[in-house]
Design a protein around this ligand. Structure first.
Ligand SMILES: [Zn+2]
Length: 117
């Protein structure tokens, strides 16, 4: 499965990142861009807080997401966008290059490309 870190373009209270996991990345990102899939992403949509996919991992470890949230402060220490030094890569995770993705990675672009399935 994929584990992803969304980097918010503006902070929501003190939150600047959202970490989640999925087997279908594009569908999951579309859901989040539409304000679906998590309470936080619903609030982001309501407050017009946009986000960009900051980091993407592949793992077979089902516990990797919860480990990442605990150890790496909800993904902020793994974010390629705002981490100055080399971001931490959680064990049992392989980092995937985001620029290789063939689909949009920002909430704005995802909505512009259509959220219908
Ligand atoms: Zn970030």
């Amino acid at each position: 499965m994929y584990i992803y870190v969304l980097h918010f373009t503006t902070k929501l209270h003190h939150a600047g990142h959202y970490t989640g996991s999925t087997t279908n990345l594009l569908e999951r990102l579309r859901d989040h861009a539409a304000g679906r899939g998590s309470r936080l992403c619903q609030v982001l949509k309501q407050r017009h807080v946009e986000w960009t996919l900051g980091t993407l991992y592949y793992t077979k470890d089902r516990r990797a997401e919860s480990k990442l949230k605990k150890i790496y402060k909800n993904g902020s220490r793994c974010c390629n966008i705002c981490t100055n030094d080399t971001p931490h890569i959680p064990e049992d995770c392989i980092e995937l290059p985001i620029h290789d993705l063939k689909h949009p990675i920002t909430s704005q672009e995802l909505r512009e490309h259509g959220l219908h399935r």
